[in-house]
Design a protein around this ligand. Structure first.
Ligand SMILES: Cc1cc2nc3c(=O)[nH]c(=O)nc-3n(C[C@H](O)[C@H](O)[C@H](O)COP(=O)(O)O)c2cc1C
Length: 221
């Protein structure tokens, strides 16, 4: 698989089989992803990989908590600005429409949407999860470094035949994650990522992208 294929075959997979992800594969992927660039080589990512019994326990605690209607942990960062302006608001709505219509869920069926959302905290059935933390003292450029690191992880997973789903949803129950991974106080959870082999029987959506000329300008001489 070349890099183009890894990039275009990566998508947020929301249905995994329970086939375990070999430890040596995870180590190979994370070892290579560490070559991701970061400003002044700060390497600001702090990663916890959770599998087996601890992951089963985390899923149970999180799913039970969300299903019980427990309130989210207070936010440590704003996921999306309120009143997303154009074109972001439209893109977000289009994504929601595509996702719920693929699941056969009507827009106004709040309960069904909740049920679908709860699958986040079951890692969509995945047997492995990664949690990406950043030091609270670091700033926006270091958050961008996290993105480069996480995309490297996701592309390498593709080359290993694995899929992933990055999930900010985990930040909403960050205290439950902390019960399992015990991060030091100075770290803040950015996101989780479910990792595993795709369950191809689960319906999936191939999200679209804005046309190139909406997001890229070539300034030519
Ligand atoms: C930082 C980040 C957080 C995300 N959080 C979630 C999440 O909590 N739950 C989820 O199902 N998808 C989540 N996604 C997946 C996005 O919805 C998905 O990447 C986007 O719709 C584009 O679709 P694609 O990745 O399948 O191409 C997240 C993606 C990123 C990059």
């Amino acid at each position: 698989m070349d890099v183009y294929e890894a990039v275009t075959s990566r998508r947020a997979v929301r249905g995994f089989t329970d086939r375990p992800t070999p430890q040596e594969v995870l180590e190979r992927v994370l070892g290579a992803a560490a070559w991701a660039p970061s400003g002044s080589n700060l390497q600001p990512w702090h990663i916890y990989v959770v599998t087996g019994t601890p992951l089963a326990q985390l899923k149970k605690l999180a799913v039970e908590r969300v299903a019980a209607g427990d309130t989210w942990d207070e936010r440590e960062f704003v996921m999306y600005p309120p009143d997303l302006k154009s074109p972001y608001g439209e893109r977000r709505s289009a994504f929601g429409r595509e996702r719920y219509s693929a699941l056969g869920i009507a827009r106004e069926d709040w309960e069904a949407r909740q049920r679908a959302a709860i699958a986040n905290w079951d890692c969509f059935g995945a047997p492995a999860a990664l949690f990406c933390y950043i030091d609270r003292d670091l700033g926006r450029p270091q958050w961008a470094d996290l993105g480069m690191y996480l995309q490297s992880v996701m592309l390498l997973l593709r080359i290993e035949g694995l899929h992933s789903c990055p999930q900010m949803a985990w930040s909403q129950v960050r205290k439950t994650v902390a019960e399992i991974v015990s991060p030091p106080d100075e770290l803040m959870l950015f996101c989780g990522m479910s990792i595993g082999y795709e369950d191809t029987t689960v319906d999936c959506i191939r999200t679209g992208r804005a046309p190139l000329d909406e997001t890229v300008r070539f300034i030519e001489g």
